[in-house]
Design a protein around this ligand. Structure first.
Ligand SMILES: Nc1nc2c(c(=O)[nH]1)N(C=O)[C@@H](CNc1ccc(C(=O)N[C@@H](CCC(=O)O)C(=O)O)cc1)CN2
Ligand SMILES: Nc1ncnc2c1ncn2[C@@H]1O[C@H](COP(=O)(O)OP(=O)(O)OP(=O)(O)O)[C@@H](O)[C@H]1O
Length: 199
């Protein structure tokens, strides 16, 4: 029988936690170095903001010393960055990011922007929405943490926005369980191999 979402999450999180610091550094460096090219290759309007996230713990992009090279890379090329703020079971709220000092502790051990919240509808301004995932499949199905936060927010994104899931190099799986509310992503981005479009 195929594993359930909950079983997959447990396996994937265990595998992530086992990865040594050197591998985490490499992922964070690769993602930051690739970010300008990834945004360019998507050909989206550079004047519009990009939604990113603050990688924590074993998530791809999190540097072991707490540095945030992917976010810094986006700011360095002049992109306006929006970060998610968890508001219970409602769609994610958003606030701007310019540097590490803009962040404060949030729920689930997350780091969240402390600046003015611009409302759940602000995702509609973004030309690219980069989302965290525990795994993704070639058909665009994404497995998240199980809060349903992005499934509630992504329907508010612009129809022209490109939705990109970031996963580790071993986390593009042939297929994943899917439910009717699951929003598919347009592309999957892995640290070593870069971006691939989904079917
Ligand atoms: N970096 C990041 N930000 C994000 C998400 C995410 O997956 N990663 N989310 C994606 O939707 C939303 C928040 N949902 C999340 C839910 C659980 C955990 C988490 O790490 N849980 C721990 C247990 C800690 C706790 O709950 O106190 C775990 O599962 O080990 C993270 C984010 C919005 N922001
Ligand atoms: N659009 C929605 N409206 C209301 N509830 C939703 C919606 N999307 C998902 N949910 C609820 O959220 C819960 C978690 O969904 P799911 O397991 O697909 O989360 P996920 O995509 O892994 O999490 P996340 O998006 O936070 O990373 C489910 O119980 C589901 O019913």
């Amino acid at each position: 029988m195929s594993p359930t979402k909950a079983e997959l999450r447990t396996q994937l999180l265990t595998r992530r936690r086992e990865r040594p610091d050197a591998a985490r550094w490499q992922d964070a460096a690769n993602l930051a170095a690739a970010l300008p090219g990834v945004l360019d290759s998507l050909g989206t309007d550079p004047r519009r903001p990009v939604c990113l996230y603050v990688p924590v713990r074993a998530e791809p992009g999190a540097a072991p010393n707490g540095a945030l090279p992917m976010l810094d890379a986006a700011v360095a090329i002049g992109r306006r960055v929006l970060l998610p703020v968890v508001v219970g079971d409602a769609p994610l709220d958003w606030a701007g990011f310019t540097d590490r000092g803009d962040l404060q502790a949030g729920p689930h051990g997350l780091l969240e922007p402390s600046g003015r919240r611009v409302g759940p509808g602000a995702i509609a301004d973004a030309s690219v929405v980069v989302v965290p995932a525990l795994a993704a499949a070639p058909d665009g199905v994404r497995l998240g943490r199980g809060g349903g936060h992005y499934d509630r927010s992504l329907p508010l994104a612009s129809p022209s926005a490109v939705i990109v899931a970031v996963v580790g190099d071993t986390e593009l799986l042939p297929d994943l369980p899917v439910e009717p509310h699951d929003v598919r992503v347009h592309a999957v981005w892995r640290p070593s191999t870069g971006l691939i479009g989904t079917a």
